[in-house]
Design a binder for this molecule. Sequence first.
Ligand SMILES: [Zn+2]
Length: 273
Amino acid sequence: MTRQYRALLRWALVSLLMLAEMAFALPEHSPWPGGIAIVDVGSADQPPPPVSFQDKPLLMMSRNDRWHAVVGIPLDTKSGGLSIRVGDNTISIEIVPHAYREQRLTVKNKSYVTPDQAQLDRIARERKIIDAALGRFRITTAAGIELETPVDGPRSSSFGLRRFFNEQPRSPHKGMDIAANEGTPIIAPRAGVITATGEFFFNGNTVIIDHGQGFVTLYCHLSDIAVEEGQAVSAGEVIGAVGATGRVTGPHLHFGSYLNGTAVDPAILLPQL
Ligand SMILES: [Zn+2]
């Protein structure tokens, strides 16, 4: 074997190892409300221990021969400690404060601000369908949770904004808005299974993808839905098109990401702009 050949072989091996490491890259430990905590829960020589937070099972990934729990931290978490269950023990995670800005919006259609009784009933029915899909836990071997960009465009307002519609306080913004023209195709940012589609009061035309182990993504306000419930999709497959259906002020994609039924900031999982 020549020296060059050996060097080439070593280079190929190192690149391959780096690639394997990249493919299973953990997101950055982001221990704030709406962030993601990465918690070492033991050696990967053993099967993973049962791990839960608020009685919900957690996504697990192995890295450097250790198991890591990937924990979605609820937006309403107070700073201080938060504990997860690992087998019969608990591990506490220190939560740091994070200041989210305020956003004041004016919506012309008043029923989006103060819905009537029939609309409230409809909203409650839809909430159940949406929450069930967002909170689903399907057992899979997780390959990672990094995402491709579902649609290119400016990320027009960020996750966690405390919102006021026509001066009335409403729930915080639990996703990322990406501005794009009506009809722009939206792709699945990672492989998964479609668990819900529908035309909902606030969210308009909506698609929900289950990526396994409680990792779920949400797409709202679409002009068109290109997939059906139960369908498997691969990364890059078109799932619908950008629109302005539901409670919106213009065409954009509302993109949400969820871990253990909790909305987490998609910016942690997407490539940086
Ligand atoms: Zn939004």
